[in-house]
Design a protein around this ligand. Structure first.
Ligand code: ADP
Length: 302
């Protein structure tokens, strides 16, 4: 196992940030750690990277206990903290060589050159960090997290604050890195999880709300279709409700209705027949499936 978390609790003063959390992450997995603000994501990541101690429970990285074998655990984990703190007055190469020095690595120049190549910093490698775009700063952050070649990477909201192009570039980079390393990344962007992660752990109020593949989480939830239909005239809600597969109908005014059904029964043909039977016309009809975003809300609002 790359990461083993057993009954971890973290209390800050009177605040319980993590409450008896347990999970495991196998070698080579890319796991999305999801939760609303204040759920406990950063706290869990700081414990796994030996930045803060837990109050109770045990956590291991590559078999090393983070509170006992701290140095060995740190050697096996790379960490990109939230907000990516960097020395902005330093040059890219100078900073990465400094980080390599902190890890007491040999062949610093070669390692830095390899990292620059790996994270795609080539064109920006001779610049001062403060002059780089956010996307390139994030690449510097990823390079510092990987310079000691750890088996596990922990990335705290790695795409927050980036523009849409930079988000795609950094996601692709993480996907690529994930071919060689175990990755645990926090995010609150659902599409990110669907795009990158094999598995999702949802955390809410310091407790695990769900732990499964993104696909299973989707299929476990009762999928709901929502159809928005506009008729040429007003029709009775109770009449629409009688159609097979329809669970709920809401009138939106102006002859528009929201029609809720299970996603395995498509009620659209029935709605057209219904309109013909009532001698009204269907002016617009739009179908939406429940998204991962809604599923996440379902899990975290329980
Ligand atoms: P997330 O990363 O999911 O947004 P955090 O782990 O940062 O959540 O925070 C979890 C809870 O712990 C929050 O309520 C936060 O206010 C609290 N918290 C985090 N760090 C500290 C701290 N150093 N001192 C006191 N409370 C903290």
């Amino acid at each position: 196992m790359s990461i083993e978390v057993n009954n971890i609790t973290k209390i800050y003063g009177e605040q319980k940030a993590l409450d008896n959390v347990s999970f495991e992450i196998g070698s080579g997995e890319i796991v999305g750690f999801l939760g609303p603000n204040g759920a406990g994501k950063s706290t869990m990541m700081k414990i796994l990277t030996c930045f803060i101690p837990q109050s109770e429970g045990t956590a291991k990285v590559c078999g090393y206990d983070v509170s006992v074998d701290t140095i060995l655990a740190r050697q096996n984990v790379g960490y990109l903290p939230e907000h990516n703190p960097l020395y902005i007055d330093m040059y890219v190469k100078e900073y990465l060589q400094f980080i390599a020095g902190l890890h007491q690595l040999r062949n610093k120049k070669r390692l830095v050159a390899d990292m620059i190549d790996k994270v795609g910093l080539g064109v920006e490698q001779n610049k001062v960090i403060g002059t780089l775009s956010k996307g390139y700063r994030q690449r510097v952050g990823l390079a510092q997290a990987m310079i000691h070649n750890p088996k596990v990477l922990i990335l705290d909201e790695p795409t927050t604050g980036l523009d849409p192009n930079q988000i795609i570039e950094i996601r692709n980079l993480i996907k690529d890195i994930g071919k060689e390393k175990t990755v645990m990344m926090s995010t609150h962007i659902m599409q990110e999880v669907e795009a990158i992660c094999d598995r999702v752990i949802i955390i809410n109020n310091g407790k695990i709300a769900a732990d499964d593949t993104a696909l299973n989480i989707k299929s476990k939830q009762k999928q709901i279709s929502i159809i928005t239909v506009e008729f040429s005239e007003n029709v009775e809600v109770s009449e629409i409700k009688k159609l097979k597969g329809v669970n709920k109908v809401e009138s939106l005014g102006d002859n528009k209705y929201h029609i809720f059904s299970d996603s395995d029964s498509d009620v659209r043909p029935l709605l057209f027949n219904f309109a013909v039977g009532k001698s009204v016309e269907v002016l617009t009809l739009q179908k939406e499936e429940e998204t991962m975003e809604q599923i996440f809300k379902d899990f975290t609002s329980k």
